[in-house]
Ligand binder design. Structure first.
Ligand SMILES: C[S@@+](CC[C@H](N)C(=O)[O-])C[C@H]1O[C@@H](n2cnc3c(N)ncnc32)[C@H](O)[C@@H]1O
Length: 211
């Protein structure tokens, strides 16, 4: 684990929101805008089902399987995964578990892995997971890194699910490159969009299936 990154992450999480906004505004002013995403060919969308939100998605994903969540924070979505999907193993990966709820961290099927998601995921065998939920580093580079490892760790027929499928550069939220990274991935590796989950903030989730 990179101690410098860990300390700066902890420090940032302690800063009051107005200070964070000033720092984000300064950073946005100094960086080039996020480029547009490539258009997804219709053939990769033909079998995509639209769902009302990411909680409904859990009813459609494999049950009793091996699941990983990249980016867990308090464990709110992890708790839903446990309740609805009843996984055999749930691997939670985060750089900081200080906010994780006790009922999640002590659940007997949960295994905690503290560190950078792409490095931790790389320690698992290929084709290990039924599905992986990706909700960690939302920058384009961060999502690309996670994808490059996660795509090998999901079994054929399994899913990579992405939270916040959006292209954002805002003082409130920072910079999201999830949309571009996922579109490029789908096109380059021919993974179908299988579920598109709506969200009230238009920060939709998408699930792509491995052939
Ligand atoms: C949006 S929160 C996750 C919310 C959670 N998935 C949910 O829906 O309840 C993002 C989390 O990703 C973690 N994170 C950010 N970058 C990461 C990285 N490179 N590796 C692992 N975790 C990371 C943060 O510490 C934070 O807890």
């Amino acid at each position: 684990m990179n101690v410098k990154y860990m300390l700066s992450h902890r420090l940032r999480s302690l800063l009051p929101e107005p200070i964070k906004r000033i720092l984000r505004a300064a950073r946005l002013g100094l960086t080039a805008p996020e480029p547009y995403s490539p258009q997804i060919p219709q053939a990769l969308l033909e079998s995509c089902k639209v769902l009302s939100d990411r909680f409904v998605l859990l009813e459609y994903l494999p049950k009793n399987g091996r699941v990983a969540e990249i980016g867990t924070l308090k464990g709110d979505y992890a708790r839903k995964i446990i309740d609805v999907c009843d996984p055999e193993e749930l691997h939670l990966i985060d750089i900081d578990f200080s906010q994780l709820a006790l009922d999640v961290s002590t659940n007997k099927i949960v295994k905690l892995h503290e560190g950078f998601s792409h490095k931790i995921l790389d320690t698992f065998p290929e084709n290990y997971f039924d599905w992986i939920y990706i909700d960690g580093d939302h920058t384009y580079e961060g999502v690309k890194r996670d994808i490059s490892v996660a795509m090998k760790k999901v079994k054929p027929g399994g899913f990579l699910v992405f939270n916040d499928f959006a292209r954002i550069a805002s003082v409130g939220l920072g910079t999201f490159g999830v949309h571009r990274a996922v579109c490029e991935f789908s096109i380059e590796y021919n993974w179908q969009f299988t579920y598109f989950c709506l969200d009230g903030d238009a920060l939709h989730d998408v699930a792509l299936r491995k052939r």
